[in-house]
Design a protein around this ligand. Sequence first.
Ligand SMILES: C[S@@+](CC[C@H](N)C(=O)[O-])C[C@H]1O[C@@H](n2cnc3c(N)ncnc32)[C@H](O)[C@@H]1O
Length: 427
Amino acid sequence: MRLPGRLSAAIEVLTDVETRKRPVSEALKAWGLNNRFAGSGDRAGIGNMVYDVLRRRASHAWAMGTDDPRALVLSVAVREWGETVEGLNAAFAGDNFAPAPITEEEAARLAADDPLAGAPDYVKADIPDWAGPSLDYLGDWVAEGRAMTERPPVDLRVNTLKSTPEKVKKALSRFTPADTFAANGLRMFAGGKDARTPNVQSDEGYIKGWFEVQDLGSQAVSVLAGAKPGEQVLDLCAGGGGKTLAMAADMGNRGQIFAYDSERARLAPIYDRLKRNGVRNVQVRAPEAGALDDLAGKIDRVLIDAPCTGTGTWRRRPDTKWKLSAEQVAVRIGEQAALLVEGATYVKAGGHLVYVTCSLLADENRNQIERFLAEHADFKAVPGEALWSAAFGEAAGTPYFGPEGGVTLTPHRTGTDGFYVCVMRRG
Ligand SMILES: C[S@@+](CC[C@H](N)C(=O)[O-])C[C@H]1O[C@@H](n2cnc3c(N)ncnc32)[C@H](O)[C@@H]1O
């Protein structure tokens, strides 16, 4: 496929996402199944265009005076991918799969010198209009929003139970992985335009369990969770086990992690992942009545990687940015508050409760912790700044340290997905 056909396909997928309210990954998959002639390069190019549009949907819509998928795709093609109106029209003329020629009005919009003139800050930040005040505590929320519109890198966590950063770097040298502020993290930066994402999961090293794909922010909060060899740890919202695996490696397979999740289907991938990673100190507890009763008051460290709105992952899942409703936020807040109360019951005296979200909303982070601490006088927050500098030193970006003791990572501040972590000690 040539570029015109790929642009038409991106318009089709975006229309499908909008009209059928489908998740973008599903719409892209469906397009691939219905168009089997398209190769992997085509699918990558179309996917990149669709995601680029969604990351900057508000600013491109402002520039074009409409949020019609065709206008948004043309705007990204010209303003981000470096195409010209003349070049596109020439290419469209000779291609049966091309979109209709660019109109004069569209051409004028695409040529505007200051396409965001008069735009409100939330449009410049490419976030929903309600979100600015919620991110205000971070300082420059327009810069925070803009950083969330960049293509995310691929981050790996080296599994120290089976490998070393040097060994993984050598095995993946064709992708030139770079070091990160986390000692076991490696990063591959995203390419531009139709560049393909490195397919590291088909690499021999991945199959052998030398590394996992895990955002650097997720790695960092796993380190800050502070699991030590020999401890009894409960991962109360273990899901597919991303943080369970990271903690097991930090514990050197010594001690015990109980991995639990209320959704059997979420937990399902953990079994294969534990095997591939060579993890031997995890006991998976399936969601059955009383599954955790025997752990009450006995655990050194309880991790609550809480269900959340995922606002910290907007650069990876930009479609969710435009769909989040106040009702969804309220549901998550209720679940998180209940999990904090439940998680506390498993912590032994002198043990720690660790609360994590991949959200940047104060209501899911600081406000939850402040309410919990006000109602649980036996818990005290461990200051996040001290935890951070002990783990990563001064050179590791500048997270936001909240007055309640929490640490907030953001694409703008730490070059990671957005994450929040607060470690609390039971007195
Ligand atoms: C952010 S995800 C966990 C991700 C996982 N820890 C990882 O690192 O890959 C949150 C998880 O919490 C689970 N969950 C939601 N409510 C729960 C509850 N009341 N008890 C236990 N798990 C719950 C969800 O099923 C979901 O898998």
